[in-house]
Design a binder for this molecule. Sequence first.
Ligand code: 5GP
Length: 207
Amino acid sequence: MNNGRGMLIIISGPSGSGKGTVVNRLCPKGADSEFAVSISVTTRAPREGEIDGANYFFRSKREFHELLSNGELLESAMFCGHYYGTPSGYVGQMLDAGKNVVLEIEVNGALQVKKKLPECALIFLLPPTIAELKRRLAGRASETAESQTDRLRRAREEIKLIDQYDYLVINDDVDEAVANIRTIVRAEKLKPLRSGFSISKWRNPDA
Ligand code: 5GP
């Protein structure tokens, strides 16, 4: 039993935590998938291989601010010198269609969403050790040394906000991390308020 509406799942974690891989595995593409991934708007330049409308909507700062002032973003934040935001229209449509919507966003945006929609689940993803985080960041050819240092500094700041999250998932093994997230979603859906359970039907024993 559930009330037909999907749930909003937010996955945050430092660059190098493996969020992208985990989210891709959790949300296979296709109309019959129970999960839908939101595509964010960003002012950062596309990395090699990234496609507008698939990885992000790549927009100018002026276009970004227009979306923001028109109230078209559910949340927005600055990350390492670039703006990022979640288009609200798609999220609402997918939730209404009964899909579980996944946002892969940084902490400030995640906490904005939690304030607006407290029923969302905030999941923080971490690699098993700081050494592993550094190793994964250093292995990213797409990042300059300066950007890697910036992202590591940012990771240390983000980790300080971990206690505001509902769940912590360690990404040592991708399959296990994905299985843990699926377990979280199942448990969240069994919460009485979300499940569509109606106590009034149970008040009259003869009904
Ligand atoms: P990247 O530049 O590596 O693609 O993303 C940088 C950071 O921005 C990551 O932590 C990513 O999760 C976050 N991010 C991506 N899209 C959004 C968004 O729409 N809103 C917010 N607040 N953060 C985002």
